[in-house]
Design a protein around this ligand. Structure first.
Ligand code: SF4
Ligand code: SF4
Length: 204
């Protein structure tokens, strides 16, 4: 689509996406193949191509709707859309940026809270044990969300079948993994300082 160079250098959401990810939403010509193949498409309030269309239009009120959408939190980063796209637009990268931006602006969809709590609990488990400890993950998730009794009847069956281990199995080299997490956190904090952005997620 023409007119892209103008948008990519202004402060529109499309321009921010381009600067942060290298992806230009103006490469999309709205064929819809991405949305047709997206496994989460039927659950989304804005289909992947519609998210791109909103960014192409560059209207602040619509951009905010995209940032408030549940879709950006439902995206699994499965890459199906990117594989199908004739223009090689990486929607997962764009969705990832939109999630960060929604948190920075404090407009994230309320349903994002549980999804974020799950991500946080998952990463904490990896940082602590070097691998996933499912029981620790579930406990941390429930504490964060207060969904204490959700799926509680499933746990005994999984424990009986040996699918859940009460104690974590820790791998060697956990210090190296924890250091990797710390480096990522420091780089993220530095990026926040240089851009003036402060992630709302840090407060959760
Ligand atoms: S498949 Fe690519 S070109 Fe087609 S609508 Fe999706 S992002 Fe746009
Ligand atoms: S990466 Fe996200 S938007 Fe693309 S097909 Fe997978 S779930 Fe859908």
């Amino acid at each position: 689509m023409s007119g892209s160079s103008h948008h990519e250098h202004d402060h529109s959401l499309a321009g921010q996406v381009k600067a942060a990810t290298g992806e230009s939403v103006f490469n999309c010509y709205q064929c819809g193949k991405c949305s047709a193949g997206c496994p989460l498409g039927p659950e989304m309030d804005l289909a992947p191509n519609q998210v791109l269309r909103v960014l192409q239009l560059g209207l602040p009120a619509l951009e905010e709707e995209a940032l408030k959408a549940e879709s950006i939190w439902l995206c699994l980063a499965c890459e199906t859309c990117a594989t199908r796209c004739p223009q090689e637009v990486s929607i997962p990268k764009i969705m990832d940026y939109l999630r960060e931006e929604a948190l920075r602006r404090g407009v994230a969809n309320p349903k994002a809270k549980d999804i974020l709590a799950f991500h946080r609990s998952f990463l904490d488990s990896i940082k602590k044990n070097g691998r996933l400890h499912e029981v620790g993950l579930i406990s941390a998730y429930k504490m964060r969300t207060m969904h204490v009794f959700q799926d509680v009847n499933v746990a005994p069956k999984l424990l009986m079948r040996g699918k859940l281990k009460i104690l974590p199995h820790k791998i060697k080299g956990r210090d190296a993994i924890a250091a990797m997490f710390d480096r990522c956190a420091a780089a993220s904090a530095h990026a926040g300082q240089t851009t003036g952005h402060h992630d709302e997620a840090d407060k959760r």
